[in-house]
Design a protein around this ligand. Structure first.
Ligand SMILES: [Zn+2]
Length: 143
């Protein structure tokens, strides 16, 4: 990858949402073909950087069993005899129409509803604005 710092930052910012979409696809068990198509649609830089973004997003304070608690089937698609010990991540219900509820839908393998999609898009927009302002402040400090 041959990108300057600014381009890398912008790519990373975009890829957070690509990564969230990818996680949703995998957790909805979109199938190998859909996963392949998703990855094929990415540019080379995006495909190279996606594992790094995904790694950065993993909560490694959780045990592997906790991280994989959403998996309820084995490699043959059969239900697991002994479900992994589940630490419910969403003990309380997050109201729909929020970015938190959007993430909950994805975590639970549900299709997000329009209100949650809209809230997530608004959060994404705010996050990108914050990121842009931080970059500009950093550049102004450096100048
Ligand atoms: Zn919702």
């Amino acid at each position: 990858m041959n990108l300057d710092a600014e381009a890398r930052g912008q790519l990373a910012e975009q890829l957070i949402w690509t990564a969230i979409d990818f996680v949703g696809l995998v957790k909805r068990n979109g199938g190998a073909e859909a996963v392949g198509e998703f990855l094929d649609d990415l540019g080379d830089d995006e495909r190279d950087a996606l594992p790094v973004i995904l790694a950065a997003m993993v909560d490694d304070d959780r045990t592997p069993d906790e991280m994989l608690s959403w998996v309820t089937w084995d490699e043959h698609g059969c239900p697991l005899k002994q479900p992994r010990s589940v630490t419910p991540r969403y003990r309380t219900k997050v109201d729909c129409g929020t970015a938190g509820a959007y993430r909950r839908h994805l975590e639970l393998g549900e299709e997000p509803d329009p209100a949650c999609e809209q809230a997530a898009a608004a959060e994404r927009e705010r996050s990108q604005d914050r990121q842009r302002r931080r970059r500009e402040a950093c550049k102004a400090d450096a100048a």
